[in-house]
Design a protein around this ligand. Structure first.
Ligand SMILES: Cc1cc2nc3c(=O)[nH]c(=O)nc-3n(C[C@H](O)[C@H](O)[C@H](O)COP(=O)(O)O)c2cc1C
Length: 347
């Protein structure tokens, strides 16, 4: 009998996927000088699609230049950029694989080297600690967004959502994790606001909920996935201080708004020590599609799906190292381990 992991899976509003295997969103930094996608990028995704992955989540795509903090990452804020993704989407679709655009605003994990004259913004005016490894400079000094500026950010996401649909993407994923802008509102370690966007749980989740609500004008929320990362390692365990009360409220509101797809990420951490634990706690609170993973073995992935913890399983680095990863795990063949040197080329 074919296991559930390798069997067809239906997502309401999206359609039938050939299996429950997902290529995780991974920034690669190969966009052209106009932040457009290229035929090289199309080949990279197409190879994974041809080999059988059910769903591809693209690398993070910046919604507006003011949200950029990385070298050579794609944007989706104008027609030219939208056109450049059409080829990727068509090529991936020709192999019957679904593809979502991951929409991303870095907030304070940015720097004016990347924001084309715009100031760095966040929930807070306190800079992130450390160095941006992209330009080897300290992270930018952010300006806390004023209440009347929130709409401008929602409009950036709305515009990118519209462009994503125009490019033919099956859906979108909103990046609400990994310490980027939306997480900067959710995370009590970062959000030090005194207004109705800070302080209580109700206030800290307001930005994410208003953003999703605003997207309803542009897209059916069945086509939207949200990625959050309440627990991950970053020089030790890094967690939202009030993760369970916050998740309880957040997931209830996500449900009421109409969100149906959630991706719980732990970035590059050990799954069982981070997001795997969260997933066990919240599974009963989220009766909809739940996806997660992080370098799980095939056996572990089969078990997470069979036990009902995950509906779909994400792999990241294994897909960078092995364009034919799906075939390799299906046939129980060994696969290459990711190495940092592999970041330098798109194979
Ligand atoms: C090179 C690289 C780039 C990444 N870029 C993103 C990104 O753009 N958006 C995102 O949500 N996660 C990003 N991640 C995290 C991955 O999606 C994934 O959660 C992580 O690699 C753990 O899965 P793995 O152990 O299977 O690689 C990135 C990871 C890597 C290795």
């Amino acid at each position: 009998m074919i296991s559930k992991l390798f069997s067809k899976f239906n997502i309401e509003g999206i359609g039938e996927l050939k299996n429950r295997i997902v290529m995780s969103a991974m920034t690669r930094g190969f966009a052209d000088k106009d932040h457009c996608s290229t035929s090289e990028i199309s080949n990279y995704y197409s190879k994974r699609a041809k080999n059988g992955v059910g769903l591809i989540l693209t690398e993070g795509i910046i919604v507006h230049p003011s949200g950029d903090g990385y070298n050579n990452v794609p944007h989706l804020s104008n027609e030219k950029q939208m056109q450049s993704w059409k080829k990727v989407v068509n090529d991936v679709h020709s192999y019957n694989t679904k593809i979502y655009a991951q929409l991303w605003h870095c907030g304070r994990i940015s720097h004016e080297d990347y924001t084309k004259g715009h100031g760095v913004v966040s929930s807070t005016n306190i800079a992130a600690e450390g160095i941006n490894r992209q330009n080897q400079k300290p992270f930018g000094k952010p300006r806390a967004l004023a209440k009347n500026e929130m709409n401008k950010i929602y409009e950036m996401f709305q515009h990118s959502t519209e462009l994503s649909l125009k490019a033919g993407f099956d859906g979108i994923q909103i990046h609400m994790g990994h310490g980027y802008l939306i997480d900067q509102f959710l995370d009590a370690n970062v959000n030090n606001r005194q207004d109705e966007y800070g302080g209580s749980i109700e206030n800290r989740i307001r930005f994410s909920l208003e953003l999703l609500e605003s997207l309803k004008d542009k897209i059916n929320l069945e086509k939207v996935s949200v990625r959050i990362s309440p627990s991950r390692t970053m020089n030790g365990l890094y967690e939202w201080p009030d993760k369970y009360p916050l998740l309880k409220k957040l997931l209830k509101e996500f449900d009421l708004i109409g969100l149906r797809q959630l991706d719980i990420s732990c970035a590059n951490s050990n799954y069982y020590e981070t997001s795997g634990k969260i997933i066990r706690e919240i599974r009963d609170l989220w009766p909809h599609i739940l996806i997660g993973g992080a370098s799980l073995t095939k056996e572990e992935a089969l078990e997470e799906v069979d036990r009902g913890y995950l509906d779909m399983v994400t792999w990241g680095r294994a897909f960078i190292a092995n364009p034919n990863f799906v075939e390799l795990i299906l046939k129980d063949l060994p696969y290459d381990k990711f190495e940092n040197s592999m970041r330098a080329t798109l194979i």
